[in-house]
Design a protein around this ligand. Structure first.
Ligand SMILES: C[S@@+](CC[C@H](N)C(=O)[O-])C[C@H]1O[C@@H](n2cnc3c(N)ncnc32)[C@H](O)[C@@H]1O
Length: 279
């Protein structure tokens, strides 16, 4: 019975794949390469990260950290997916808003056009907050250009969509919620009036394409440097300060981003707001 049935012979490739055995030994080699590319350090969270890396490898048919480490250099898609998994993108509208309102009042008084950079802008709440605050103070849209970058392509795509949960808006005044958002089910859609004034880029601040963005009157770099070690913070700040238009340009960092002011910056403190200008 069924003598006609012969199991199909396996191809050479199938037989080679079958022989492959997982061997996840040394996550450090992956993490060190990741840090060299992105600046992000893992410190004590290494064991959690190692189990995330094993899942990542299994989802991408990689059998060892050596293979992953190799793929990070030779396969742009793998690197992108890894970055999208390992970056922390927490943000919300009007986070540390005193800095935003301080800048807005300066711009209102100056009556000039401004270019503002958010590096990083994550899912868009920070750059959109700046534009909302400016328009709400009747700054003309043709005076405003905001550029936002982030290394994580998924968050850049979300920023471009401009659709947010109520959680993202918990620090947004009811007045601005009504003025600049439309309800879509449980979500809030940012208005085109705000959206059109921000451009979003997937970009690593350690990539020299950074310098093609031009120069800026104000640079926000908040809550990214906390993931870097001290030498990397200094390198990042030095690169960002090179994007300043002139010595009047203002730089804003998160309150935990660094303790000692990097030598390329001059620290200022006005009206309860800390900010910096280039040296
Ligand atoms: C915690 S979010 C901060 C977002 C916003 N600035 C804020 O303060 O709410 C940090 C962001 O930094 C981005 N990031 C980390 N390393 C980066 C790098 N080397 N270049 C550009 N963006 C980076 C991450 O993808 C993440 O979205």
């Amino acid at each position: 019975m069924f003598s006609w049935f012969k199991p199909k012979k396996k191809s050479v490739v199938e037989r080679v794949i079958e022989k492959k055995v997982e061997n996840f030994q040394n996550p450090r080699m992956v993490l060190e390469r990741f840090t060299a590319i992105t600046g992000i350090h893992f410190n004590q969270k290494e064991s959690i990260t190692a189990s995330k890396l094993i899942n990542f490898c299994r989802n991408h048919s990689l059998y060892s950290f050596e293979e992953l480490s190799h793929a990070m250099v030779n396969n742009q898609k793998i690197l992108e997916a890894l970055i999208n998994m390992l970056t922390v993108n927490e943000t919300y509208f009007f986070r540390e808003s005193r800095q935003i309102f301080y800048l807005v009042e300066k711009i209102v008084l100056s009556q000039k056009a401004v270019r503002i950079l958010c590096a990083p802008g994550s899912t868009g709440e920070e750059p959109y907050s700046i534009v909302m605050a400016l328009l709400d103070r009747d700054v003309s849209p043709d005076r405003i250009e905001v550029v936002s970058l982030d290394i994580n392509s998924d968050v850049v795509a979300l920023a471009n969509k401009g659709l947010y949960s109520a959680r993202s808006l918990h620090k947004t005044s009811p007045h601005l919620q009504v003025k600049y958002f439309a309800k879509e089910g449980e979500m809030f859609k940012i208005s085109d009036e705000i959206k059109n004034l921000v451009s979003f880029h997937t970009l690593n601040i350690f990539d020299d394409a950074l310098f093609a963005l031009g120069s800026f009157d104000a640079i926000f770099s908040r809550n990214m440097l906390i993931y870097f070690d001290e030498p990397t913070v200094l390198r990042a700040v030095e690169r960002l300060s090179r994007l300043a238009k002139d010595r009047q340009s203002l730089l804003f960092f998160g309150h935990a981003d660094f303790v000692k002011t990097p030598s390329v910056l001059v620290e200022h403190y006005e009206e309860g707001v800390k900010f910096y200008t280039p040296h």
